[in-house]
Ligand binder design. Structure first.
Ligand code: ADP
Length: 495
């Protein structure tokens, strides 16, 4: 018996997790955070050495915690914050801080090239936006002296975080990625799942600096020269974090849908092996590529979900811990006291399906008897109404009724939030036993790449913990709240 090591490299921290490679049960995990660097408003960077330090730290710690020997690791899966862009030398040394997905420094560049929007949408399924890696690579090539010098000396490698970690784990020998990450760069054409020469020349990027795009499940390389793991462990699965969560939710069937409720929320709908473009403000992305064949997904995101709860906790001191919001919101005297209050949680603008980056958050409809309980209740409603808008866009794009949705992420422990979601969306909400689905997805990816798991075995591994159905006693209330929500979204942001 051995263990799969899943490395989940996220925006705020790195998790190392162990999964039994026979039962595929989750065994243990360790997380360490690393510093966020904000050089100026709108700019967000990560020091790649800080990220690598968390990898060096979490792996030995999780092995120790689970009493597992490094020799018992049979394969490694990587999942990662997407779009964050790394430039490093061929000896693995970072040439610049990574430019994080949240970083807006390329906003002007994107505005200037608005007339190219259609080309980007048709080739990549994405809008030309600072969010995506191609614009960040372009910025590094034009503004960073280390990067310029490395290019002139044929010593420049680019990649997303998966690529950087793979390169380091493999002793600087494997420079590769896969389509769920590459589809977030604005450089990959969706049908071929390969770098596109027209897109590369638009950004003035030399293909030799980019990683090879391999299948998501395959041997990417083997560990070499590490102090904390023996040589020769194969890295056999890589997926971007949201696609990994979909995969960890057994979302490999056309029509599978999941929503992750973390700081923000991300919804992915598996649309099968044909590219489909959204008419409702969603992105088209690759879920994974297996044996040369891509599976595609529509993606919608709300920039703020659990972060609205953090705002009540940190800025208004409503409670000490996010978990307390459920009891506080449940203590409203009656729904009548809550019915007029609308919490529009757009602290970072409106994401899909509206795309209004300049929009601001608001709390409306307060009266003398409104208090913490009513505002907390409205906050949970605002989160679920934002997510309901994604679900409506998914239904409109797919032309399908979506009867159920799997959920994961830190906020799904909140039963009131889940009940509100089920009732607003008239959709069965299913919470799995393992809510660490991102790391779990990377472990499943590694198991497939290692050849110890087949696709048709995945369904039996996924287990439900709880389901939430539309609640009859909330339905009338939720319908009128939805109308109020739509009315205010129109009046405040869309006019
Ligand atoms: P991320 O991976 O984005 O850091 P997590 O999946 O760890 O996020 O989830 C953390 C988020 O969930 C925080 O924004 C927190 O406020 C929120 N959260 C945690 N517990 C609850 C709860 N019981 N009810 C609502 N939100 C919660």
């Amino acid at each position: 018996m051995g263990f799969i090591l899943a490395i989940d490299q996220g925006t705020t921290g790195t998790t190392a997790a162990l999964i039994n490679d026979e039962s595929l049960e989750f065994v243990s995990k360790v997380n360490h955070e690393f510093p966020q660097i904000y050089p100026e408003p709108g700019l967000v960077e990560h020091n790649l050495n800080d990220i690598w330090s968390t990898v060096e730290k979490t792996i030995p710690e999780v092995l120790k915690k689970a009493n597992v020997s490094p020799e018992d690791i049979s394969s490694i899966g990587i999942t990662n914050q997407r779009e964050t862009t790394c430039a490093f030398a061929k000896n693995g040394t970072p040439l610049a801080n990574a430019i994080v997905w949240q970083d807006k420094r390329t906003h002007e560049f994107c505005l200037k090239n608005k007339d190219k929007e259609d080309m980007f949408k048709n080739k990549t399924g994405l809008p030309l936006d600072p969010y995506f890696s191609g614009t960040k690579i372009h910025w590094l090539l034009n503004n960073n002296d280390n990067v310029k010098e490395a290019l002139s000396k044929d010593n420049l490698l680019f990649g997303t975080i998966d690529t950087f970690l793979l390169y380091k784990l493999s002793g600087n020998s494997s420079h590769a990625t896969e389509p769920s990450n590459a589809s977030r760069t604005l450089l990959m054409e969706l049908n071929s799942t390969d770098w596109d020469s027209e897109l590369l020349s638009f950004f003035n990027i030399d293909k030799k600096c980019l990683p090879e795009i391999k299948d998501s499940f395959c041997e990417f390389g083997k560990t070499s020269g590490l102090s904390f793991l023996p040589d020769g462990i194969p890295i056999t699965g890589i997926l971007g974090d949201q696609q990994s969560a979909l995969f960890g939710q057994a979302g490999h069937h056309k029509g599978s849908i999941k929503c992750t409720y973390g700081t923000g929320s991300f919804m992915l709908l598996n649309i099968g092996d044909e590219v489909q473009y959204s008419k409702n403000g969603l992105l088209t992305t690759v879920g994974y590529r297996h044996n040369g064949k891509a599976s595609y997904a529509l993606e919608g995101s709300c920039f703020i979900a659990g972060a609205a709860v953090q705002w009540l906790r940190d800025n208004l001191q409503f409670f000490a811990d996010s978990s307390e919001i459920e009891a506080q919101a449940s203590s409203i005297k009656s729904l009548d006291n809550a019915k007029n209050i609308l919490f529009l949680p757009f602290f970072s603008g409106l994401g899909s399906p509206y795309w209004k980056p300049e929009g601001k958050a608001a709390i409306l409809g307060l009266s003398r008897d409104s208090g913490k309980a009513e505002i907390s209740h409205a906050c949970l409603e605002g989160i679920s109404l934002s997510i309901n808008d994604l679900l409506i866009a998914m239904k409109n794009d797919s032309g399908e009724n979506i009867p159920e949705m799997r959920v994961d992420g830190g906020a799904v422990v909140n039963n009131l939030l889940m009940n509100l979601q089920a009732t607003f969306s008239k959709t069965k909400i299913i919470r799995p036993l393992v809510i660490e689905t991102t790391a779990y997805g990377a472990a499943l990816a590694a198991a497939i790449g290692q050849g110890i798991l087949n696709f048709d075995q995945i369904d039996s591994l996924w287990k439900e913990e709880a389901t939430f159905e539309s609640k009859a006693d909330l339905e009338t209330y939720c319908e009128s709240k939805s109308n109020l929500w739509n009315d205010y979204i129109n009046r405040l942001y869309l006019k």
